[in-house]
Design a protein around this ligand. Structure first.
Ligand code: ARG
Length: 583
């Protein structure tokens, strides 16, 4: 078997000779049927049917008639509108397992990007407020997409578009100047939030306070030192808190470009928009009318105020294009900003930027918390009085993770640091619960469920990985792909694992194409379940054990075990989750 010409590739090439479809189309369409009885690869014939104006059943029949065994493919059977291929299992297992061994940490990676850039905007919280749960979810999904696109050979740029500008900071500065010395020492984010709320309430029916806030914002805009210093303090305090949380989760950014970064770029953009006639005065505001496109106008500037969120967004997008000429720009932001991104894309398009369609709003559902007392799921809004502080939630989760680690894993006398393990397990619980659910669905934060070592959780996948490592340690011999013979893997469960391993690279690609890290998370759950049923069978029947009496069979099984381990590790790493060797 030629190393770079896989059995799958052979099928695709044969199909390109038979059908009027592009190789790429066939590559996307060729699927792995859910059960091996239905064949090892299947092609639905509907697209070809459309092209050829024939019923798909007939196409499947004709393909089957024309087929001759070759290149590791033994049979092609028509099954309704599908053509199912059966491969030479020994050759297939040999091909797949040796590829995993050869590629190791990079199995599943590819050179698709060819140096093209993908800019990813994730988390992007607002200063002087606590990190919201949506900023957490955005961070987790964004960082996973970063890892996935990087693995596919794209050059990624991770950006935190920190919300640090707006008239609200006028209020906060005015509040701090009034009441700052009532505070005990340096403020934290909670204190800043309280000051802000207090000021806003009082200002509601106090025009003097309103004026004071406007003046304070103007001072900030004009760069007056006192105002700027306060604003910088707010920023620093906020970043310290944000980074504490990012650190816990192992999330980082290539750069922070806060909204204020665009301050001096706003005027020229507004000028350009006015000159071109795209932006118009409407009442007191400057807007880009979008009614032609069934959207409300994009608000650029209110009466006498500086710039708005959308204006800074337009500047940021142009800046990103100038700097990176991105292949794609992903904005990992909650679904509630759907309209904003539709408007922004349309505005950029109207401004003549043909790259506007490279912008993708990677939106997602809500993150809710299960109330430990009532059992109800609710959103922890940072505005409500009874908000749940994210940091507290994380801390209490870590506490539970510690308890779970103690209860499930006996670390005494073993070379394990309970504290390290607890934090790894706690972090994986959070990240995985977020990443295993399709983006659009809401996620419910429920520590009990998230930390279940037997549920569909991060700790479960980590535990499976550690168990595989332990089998390999116990074997006391090296896995040797040169001498191990995969043809000996004849059990149906072994075959099913080989097939599953082979599917990994295409799952990674699918995760990228659909911006759905959940494709990888769910793949891992399935792989672990398959391994677990294989393993428990061996516990019952001696001759099906990995570590068995037949040294050749054992060598082949160890090769399989090591390959599964390798894939789990790569998959977890793409999700940004550690894979400890011992648990
Ligand atoms: N700061 C915004 C918020 O908290 C999110 C920003 C997302 N990124 C962007 N380029 N708009 O709602």
């Amino acid at each position: 078997m030629a190393q770079n010409h896989s059995i799958r590739q052979h099928i695709i090439e044969w199909l390109t000779q038979q059908l009027p479809l592009e190789e790429e189309t066939l590559d996307d369409a060729l699927e792995t049927p859910p059960s091996p009885d239905m064949g090892d690869y299947a092609l639905p014939c509907f697209p070809a049917a459309k092209e050829l104006q024939k019923p798909p059943q007939q196409i499947a029949e004709e393909l089957s008639y024309n087929f001759r065994p070759a290149g590791g493919v033994e049979e092609a059977v028509a099954e309704g509108p599908y053509i199912n291929f059966h491969v030479d299992r020994a050759a297939f297992a040999e091909e797949v397992l040796s590829r995993v061994q050869r590629d190791g940490d990079t199995f599943g990676h590819a050179e698709l990007g060819q140096g093209r850039r993908v800019v990813i905007d994730y988390s992007s919280p607002n200063i002087a407020k606590h990190l919201g749960v949506h900023h957490l979810r955005s961070a987790i999904i964004g960082k996973a997409l970063y890892n996935i696109y990087s693995a596919l050979g794209f050059e990624c740029v991770g950006i935190n578009h920190l919300g640090d500008w707006g008239t609200g900071f006028g209020k906060l500065i005015a509040a701090y100047e009034r009441w700052g010395d009532e505070l005990d020492g340096e403020p934290g984010v909670s204190e800043l939030q309280e000051l802000y709320v207090r000021y806003s309430r009082q200002a509601e029916d106090d025009p003097e306070l309103q004026q004071e806030a406007r003046d304070a914002f103007r001072r900030l805009e004009q760069g007056e030192e006192d105002a700027v210093q306060l604003w910088e303090k707010f920023k620093e305090v906020s970043l310290t808190e944000f980074e504490r949380i990012y650190d816990i989760l192992g999330i980082d950014f290539d750069r922070y470009t806060p909204e204020s970064y665009y301050n001096d770029k706003i005027e020229p953009v507004l000028e350009r928009l006015k000159e071109s006639g795209l932006a118009r005065k409407s009442q007191d505001a400057l807007v880009i009318p979008l009614d032609e496109y069934d959207m409300p106008p994009l608000l650029l500037q209110k009466s006498d105020e500086g710039s708005l969120y959308a204006t800074r967004e337009l500047c940021a997008a142009e800046h990103r294009w100038d700097e990176y000429e991105f292949h794609k720009a992903l904005y990992v932001v909650g679904g509630e900003q759907q309209l904003h991104f539709q408007q922004v894309k349309k505005a950029l398009d109207l401004m003549g930027h043909d790259w506007a369609d490279r912008i993708v709003h990677v939106d997602f559902g809500l993150l809710k918390f299960k109330d430990p007392e009532t059992g109800e799921a609710r959103t922890g809004s940072t505005r409500s009085g009874d908000m749940l502080l994210l940091e507290d939630v994380l801390e209490s989760g870590m506490e539970e993770a510690r308890a779970k680690v103690r209860e499930n894993l006996d670390v005494t006398g073993r070379d394990l640091d309970e504290e390290d393990l607890a934090s790894t397990v706690g972090v994986s619980a959070i990240m995985f619960s977020d990443l295993s659910v399709r983006r659009h669905k809401d996620v419910i934060f429920d520590w009990d469920r998230m930390l279940d070592f037997e549920g569909d959780t991060g700790p479960y996948v980590q535990y499976a990985h550690a168990r595989l490592c332990s089998i390999l340690r116990k074997a006391g011999r090296d896995v040797n792909p040169e001498t191990a013979d995969p043809a000996l893997l004849e059990l149906p469960q072994e075959w099913s694992l080989v097939r599953k391993i082979e599917a990994f690279p295409s799952v990674v690609r699918k995760a990228a194409d659909t911006y759905e890290p959940s494709a990888i998370a769910n793949y891992l759950l399935d792989l672990c379940a398959k391994f677990s049923s294989y393993y428990s069978m061996g516990m019952k029947e001696d001759e099906k054990r990995v570590l068995c009496d037949d040294p050749d069979l054992e060598a082949a099984r160890l090769l399989l075990v090591d390959s599964v381990r390798n894939v789990i590790k790569n998959g977890l790493n793409l999700l940004g989750i550690e894979a400890p060797n011992r648990m």
